[in-house]
Every structure is written in C-alpha cells, then in structure tokens.
Design a protein around this ligand. Structure first.
Ligand code: ACO
Length: 329
C-alpha cells in the first residue's frame, strides 16, 4: 500500500496589516483586551478586488510546486478547503486549476469543514493516495474571512484574518514519511454556535438582511472555546494511545490557530510542552482552514520541523467539526 508524504508546502498572506489599535478606532475594544483574551496582535486582510481565495491559493501553490520542482500538469487532484469560496459555484479548486494554467483537466474538489477543512482534506487525500486512486494531490486551505467578518461586531471582528496555506502530497512506497493516523468528528448539536446563516439555500441575501447586517458570522464564543479545547485534546490523546506513543514521541504540535488561550489550554490538557507547540496566531489571527498549513510552512522555513520528525495537527471549527492527524514528516 502507498503512503502519503507531504512533499512541499507554500503559503500566502496579504500585505495589508490591520492591528488591534486599528480595530479599536472602529469598535469599543483595545489592544490589551484582545491580547489577553486571544493572543492576537494583528491580522492580514485581502485586497478585496484581487486577493480572493483562488488568488491566494494559486500563489501559495506556486511556492509548493516550485519547491518540489513539479509541473502543475502532474497534479492529479486539486482539493481546496474554504469557508467562503470565490463563488457558490463553480468551486474554488476549479478557479485554482485555471490560475495555475493546468490543461490536464484534473479533477477539482472543494471541502467545507470550516476551520477543520485542511485536516479533513488530509484524511480524504490520504485515503485516495493509499488506495492508488491518485498520486499527486494539491491540498490547499484558503480563506478570505474578511468577507464574513462584521467590522462593527467587537466580539467577532477581532478574531479573524485572511491567508492561505498549500501542501503538495504525493504517494510513496518507501519507509518513513507518511500519515500515521487521524481522527475526525462533528458535533452537530452545537452547529448553531458558529454559523454564517445567510447566502446558502436556507436564507438568501435580501435588502432587509443587509440593512440589519445579518449576513455576517454569528458565534457563541464560550461554547466554541470549551468544545475546541475538549475535542482537540481528546483526539490527540486517542491518537497517542492507539499508536502506543507518548507526548515525548511528538516533535511538534501544530494546532488550529484560533486563540492563544485555546492553544495553551489544549497543550495543558495534553501535558504537552509549549516550547514544541507552533503558534503564529499573534500575527495572523484565525485564518480558518489555512492556519495549520501556514503555520507548518513558516515552521519549515524557520528550520524547526525536519524530515523524519513526528508532527501532530489538531483543528476544530463550525459544525462543530474537529479532527487531528499525526504524520511523520
Ligand atoms: N473588546 C472588549 N470587550 C469585549 C470584546 C472586545 N473585543 N468582546 C467582548 N467583550 C466584552 C463582552 O461584551 C463582555 O462584557 P460584559 O461582561 O460586560 O458582558 C466581556 O467582554 C466578556 O465577554 P466574553 O464573550 O465572556 O469573553 P471571553 O472571555 O469568552 O472571550 C472570545 C471572548 C475571545 C471570543 C472567546 O470566547 C473565544 O476565543 N472563543 C472561541 C472563538 C473562536 O475561536 N472562534 C473561531 C472558531 S473557528 C471557525 O470555524 C471559524
């Protein structure tokens, strides 16, 4: 059976920086409150006329392809995770195929599992590679969260940022790099605690909806917080137990970058040392399903993660979806 290797990674974040002080000019908040409650200092925001999810995805993918020295036409499947794509349809993976100039007519698939999307995608891609359906899969998390962010709601507007992370996965029959194990879940009883209620089939946009500013994200922060800590820690603990591993066997932990307090609470529950936890939430805020691949690419560039090391991922998001995966890099 083939195994899945992460061949290369790339990321893209918009140039525009919005600091906590910038937000405090618009809503009743301040840098101290945001820093203490979330660890976030600033976030990147897309140029709304250009840096769409597909644009960021293509830029991040080009970096990954260049590093792997792979011709875009050798990609067998494009998988794109996002909460808001370029359009309702066609899917964003389709637009990425066009932007990369791919003429091979490879299949294009979008995944919507909110912030857990990249981990969900990794599990699906791994199955397709292991069963020899596809060899090279481009898996991307790309998020223009500024499109669902209500800049007049201080409870949510401080949390999100835009960006993209790309990963190029390939089949290998050699010992070593592989997806070792994974766990996915979803607790739909809490689906209303994090929702973008307008724009789908249930509630289309209307003048009234836009006048009442109901088209933005709606969140019960404390329910999401508690569930995030519980599920991410329990999924990681299950993977450790099922594989007869201890915390000491894991070289790096890359959790979804939503809130530094959530990240630290998960590490505490897992009894995992913070020195080996990758965190960049202070500079990008929550980039939803892009956060793990962005953090991974940065950690690789900083020389932290090395070939042969074991890396654990954990994520949670609207649904409430959750998941974790362990790889040997
Ligand atoms: N600035 C100042 N005060 C604020 C702000 C703000 N930006 N936001 C809320 N407050 C106030 C509230 O109004 C409240 O005031 P009150 O006591 O007078 O009523 C007080 O601060 C406390 O509010 P809480 O909501 O209880 O604050 P909490 O400690 O829970 O922190 C937070 C809020 C940061 C949102 C936290 O709950 C959290 O991070 N939750 C997880 C959210 C998350 O990660 N969401 C993304 C999910 S991933 C995805 O799929 C998209």
């Amino acid at each position: 059976m083939f195994q899945t290797q992460i061949l290369s990674t790339g990321h893209f974040t918009p140039e525009k920086v919005v600091t906590n002080d910038d937000i405090a000019k618009r809503v009743d908040t301040n840098d101290q409150w945001i820093t203490e409650r979330t660890g976030i200092k600033e976030r990147r925001i897309s140029d709304e006329n250009k840096e769409f999810p597909s644009y960021m995805a293509a830029e991040a993918a080009k970096e990954a392809l260049e590093k792997a020295k792979m011709d875009p036409n050798d990609i067998d499947l494009i998988m794109v995770s996002n909460t808001i794509g370029d359009y309702n349809f066609p899917n964003t993976a389709t637009v990425v195929q066009e932007r990369l100039g791919i003429t091979s007519e490879c299949p294009c698939l979008d995944i919507n599992a909110a912030c857990t999307g990249w981990v969900y995608g990794l599990v699906v891609a791994n199955s397709l590679i292991q069963t020899n359906v596809y060899k090279n899969i481009l898996l991307i998390g790309t998020e223009m969260t500024s499109r669902f962010n209500n800049w007049d709601d201080r409870q949510t507007c401080i949390l999100f940022g835009d960006g993209c992370g790309a990963t190029l996965l390939t089949a290998t029959d050699k010992e070593g790099p592989r997806v070792i194990d994974s766990v996915l879940g979803c607790d739909s009883s809490k689906k209303d605690s994090l929702i973008l209620p307008v724009g789908g089939a249930v509630r289309r946009g209307s003048v009234e909806i836009y006048q009442n500013k109901e088209q933005f994200v709606s969140m019960d922060g404390q329910t999401v917080f508690k569930n995030a800590v519980k599920t991410m820690a329990s999924h990681c603990a299950k993977i450790l137990q099922d594989n007869n591993l201890t915390q000491a066997d894991i070289d790096w932990f890359i959790p979804h970058q939503a809130n530094q307090r959530i990240i630290e609470a998960v590490a505490r529950r897992l009894e995992y040392p913070m020195e080996k936890v990758i965190s960049n939430v202070h500079k990008y805020a929550n980039t939803s399903s892009a956060s793990i691949p962005i953090a991974m690419n940065e950690a690789l560039k900083e020389g932290k993660i090395k070939r042969g090391q074991k890396v654990m991922f954990a994520a949670f998001g609207a649904g409430l979806t959750s998941g974790a995966a362990l790889i040997e890099f």
